[in-house]
Design a protein around this ligand. Sequence first.
Ligand code: NI
Ligand code: MN
Length: 247
Amino acid sequence: MPNRRRLVSSGTFWYHASQEVIGVKVTYGGHACFLVENRGTSLIIDPFLTGNPVATIKPESVKVSYVLVTHAHEDHLGDAVAIAKRNDATFISTYEVAQLAASQGVRVHGMHIGGKYAFPFGAVRVTLALHGSGVAGGHACGFVVDLFGQKLYHAGDTGLYSDLKLLNGELERDIDVALLPIGGNYTMTLDDAGVAASWVRPRIVIPMHYNTWPLIAADPREFKARVERATAGTEVRILKPGESTEL
Ligand code: NI
Ligand code: MN
């Protein structure tokens, strides 16, 4: 692992993360769900497990402090409210989606597109996602999560848009892992996701939102070959539902 020196903001104090950046463990829950753990802090993104034909993780077994949800379509909101309640976890999403969860008795932290907030584990930035929100007046989003100095970008459901370039430029840099949808129909195709990877230039890309149903069939090996041919320095890791990797 490269020993990158990076100043990390954690709430009210600053520290150099370089000495103790431990490999973040990323577990794929299938579809757009990822469990991310570092230094004893666990968070889950878009936990659609119940009713997900490819999921192997049981929602009752999920132990997390934070639940992040990109939008309120059922294949993303999924088990989020139940998991947040069972774990007394904080539910993070755009304001309207957060209000939906709050109305069901969950502790929420509402944010919005372009906003950034320093949580105890690091900063979360809410990014644009070109997609429906699933709740009236709401917006779909993606997240850049800095988990103790390791930077993860979850694109949510989105079509390709050129401001993704800002994640390797003015807004953010040095994304360690990008989680990109490749299944088409509702989101980027694998061709479009290859362009996104070339713009964001993360160290690692993990494809998501494919092969859950026939409508979003895609070959992740084809995606891997294209990205690794076209984008120097970016590795594609294909995870099966239930599999983990360390960054
Ligand atoms: Ni959606
Ligand atoms: Mn979706």
